[in-house]
Design a binder for this molecule. Structure first.
Ligand code: GLY
Ligand code: MN
Ligand code: MN
Length: 365
């Protein structure tokens, strides 16, 4: 059963007349069409008992067809009232809608008001949990794309390692990485490529800047690519020149924590247990206060998606889930280390998608 059919079955089960999907990542999931509509209306309308349609800017209709969407496509021009066009397309396919499901986490209040004005008074339900539950389990086709995306992330770290030299700035290293990826056909990164050197690596969300790389720095790379619509997300921390004892201690601690969480991944454990597996290692060494974020997050069409691997999430881990494991220790002003892998849960354990070595790499100046 394809994804639209699965949603139709769900609507039938719950007696919901239609689902209107407007989050571009979810539109891609259901239609294969990836587009950033900015303020324009883009959505997939799925009915319990009528043919689905895609609504998009008129000028994108050929792109949507080429992406493989085979049902109807309704276009709207910039001069149109797109909600009126949507309502007319709904009226043509089905009677009055009494219940519609939308992504409450995505739809703006402004659009909600326009939708209800166009479709008339109706009950609006949340579709978010259902879509998250579908997207959280990856099929073999998705897994294969995620493997390829992870391979490109590994390559990016290789390029970063080769680019390091004394006096080069973080931005220059970032530029070389992205140039190399573009030569391999990568058009989008999954988020801003991060290169943090020296004490800057101790900021988990630090910004790549004009700091020059110096001997004795740890250099933290956090990056990922969008490949065939799916994201990768890797972090490696490399030593440029000989590290000091504190750097080595923190590095090996984070490595042990990451490996402990990796060993714990299998169907049946909870997200909280995975977080705890890494956190225990860091807390036992007295560095608990410096691990200031969750263990990881789901990965797929969005770079952050379900599940969230944090200490209060008792969600049961299942085969087919893909997420990051990314413990870090950040001692302000001194040393920062994070190691991040992308992993897929298998029937018996785990497949690690990112493969760049994790033992401390010392790049000789
Ligand atoms: N760079 C964001 C993350 O690793 O989650
Ligand atoms: Mn990352
Ligand atoms: Mn991440």
């Amino acid at each position: 059963m394809n994804k639209v059919n699965q949603l139709e079955s769900y609507l039938n089960e719950l007696g919901i007349d239609a689902a209107f999907i407007t989050n571009p990542d979810n539109v891609f999931y259901f239609s294969g069409f990836k587009s950033n509509p900015h303020e324009r209306l883009l959505g997939v309308m799925v009915f319990k008992d009528a043919e689905p349609f895609l609504i998009c800017p008129q000028m994108e209709i050929p792109d949507a067809k080429n992406a493989g969407w085979e049902s109807d496509i309704i276009g709207h021009a910039d001069t149109d009232n797109s909600m009126a066009i949507l309502a007319a397309a709904v009226a043509k396919r089905t009677g009055r809608l009494n219940k519609i499901a939308i992504e409450k986490s995505h739809m703006t209040v402004e659009r909600h008001d326009a939708l209800t004005e166009a479709l008339g008074d109706l009950e609006i339900l949340a579709l978010d949990n259902r879509i998250n539950a579908m997207r959280v389990i990856k099929d073999e086709h998705e897994l294969q794309i995620l493997r390829e995306a992870a391979e490109l992330a590994d390559y990016a770290i290789e390029v970063g390692a080769k680019t390091l030299k004394e006096g080069i700035t973080e931005i220059e290293v970032m530029t070389q990485i992205e140039l190399a990826l573009k030569k391999r056909g990568v058009t989008h990164m999954s988020f801003d490529t991060t290169v943090l050197s020296g004490p800057k690596a101790a900021s988990p969300h630090g910004k790549t800047g004009d700091r020059k790389i110096q001997k004795g720095d740890f250099v933290l790379f956090d990056l990922g690519v969008v490949h065939k619509g799916y994201c990768s997300d890797i972090t490696r921390t490399l030593a440029f020149g000989e590290p000091n004892d504190e750097q080595i201690e923190v590095y090996n601690l984070v490595l042990q924590a990451e490996l402990a969480s990796l060993e714990a991944v299998k169907p049946g454990v909870t997200a909280a247990e995975l977080d705890q597996a890494a956190r225990n290692v860091i807390e036992d060494a007295g560095y608990g206060e410096f691990f200031t974020h969750r263990l990881g997050h789901g990965l797929g069409i969005s770079v952050h998606e379900f599940p969230s691997l944090h200490g209060s999430n008792n969600l049961i881990i299942e085969s087919g889930m893909v997420f990051t494991l990314e413990p870090g220790v950040y001692v302000p002003g001194k040393v920062g280390v994070r190691i991040e892998d992308d992993v897929a849960v298998t029937d018996t354990g785990v497949e690690v998608l990112t493969k760049y070595p994790k033992e401390l790499q010392i790049i000789q100046p």
